[in-house]
Design a protein around this ligand. Structure first.
Ligand code: COA
Ligand code: ZN
Length: 194
């Protein structure tokens, strides 16, 4: 993978199978994958936006997906009132996911994909982005390194929601690839502004 030239382009609904392949390594959960497919469909209507890094063979090495409005990947709304109040009349989008395949990690791919998407949102007049920063039960925050590198105007952590996934409504049976069951991963609710 490392020697192959990568092409960056916007994500499309037809990327669904490749995106599921990449995500399954980390979250092999049909409910989550079907939520991602739903968000990916939104790229056809302008309600979602993402970028993919594609190899010459048509395989994806990574992707991002963002969604219009204030949404977590689970049905929760922690901190939404205060985030809305801070945003005022500004347009808010939410980051759904950023993933690179294991062979392509730590080569700047995640940051490139994330930056391309954020830059495009900024051009579209979006004012702020909600990010659900996954805090694994080990304390490791895989996406924090790239999120803090993006040149935000402001970057604010609103707080941590413990057991974010396992205590979401209807998710008692959620199995995490890091913790198993029950999942003890948390989320840092973070907002970046342009
Ligand atoms: C999180 C993820 C997308 C990062 O993608 P990536 O292409 O590896 O990241 P980049 O190479 O662009 O790194 C950007 C910065 O993040 C930090 N970083 C990334 N991976 C790191 C690691 N394993 N250890 C320490 N810092 C790391 C670094 O600061 C890095 O910049 P640097 O290399 O110049 O120091 C990727 O690791 C991944 O897919 N992880 C599994 C899925 C996941 O957890 N996604 C996030 C939850 S939505
Ligand atoms: Zn977990």
């Amino acid at each position: 993978m490392s020697s192959t030239l990568l092409k960056y382009r916007e994500a499309l609904p037809s990327d669904s199978a490749e995106i599921s392949r990449l995500v399954k390594v980390y979250v092999d959960d049909e409910e989550f994958l079907s939520y991602l497919r739903y968000c990916l469909e939104g790229t056809a209507y302008g309600s979602s936006l993402g970028f993919v890094a594609e190899t010459e063979e048509g395989k994806l090495a990574g992707f991002t997906l963002f969604r219009e409005g204030l949404h977590f990947t689970e049905e929760r709304n922690d901190y939404f009132d205060i985030i809305r109040r801070d945003a005022g009349s500004g347009k808010i989008w939410s980051s759904v996911i950023v993933v690179t395949d294991e062979k392509s990690m730590r080569r700047g791919l995640g940051l490139e994909l994330f930056s391309k998407t954020a830059d495009r949102l900024k051009e579209k007049g979006v004012n702020c982005v909600l990010m659900e920063i996954w805090v694994r039960s080990t304390g490791w925050k895989p996406a924090w390194g790239l999120v803090r590198k993006y040149p935000w105007k402001t970057l604010k952590v609103y707080g941590t929601v413990r057991n974010f996934y396992s205590e979401a409504p209807g998710r008692e049976n959620y199995v995490c690839h890091v913790c198993g069951h029950p999942c003890r991963c948390s989320v840092e609710v973070t907002v970046g502004t342009f």
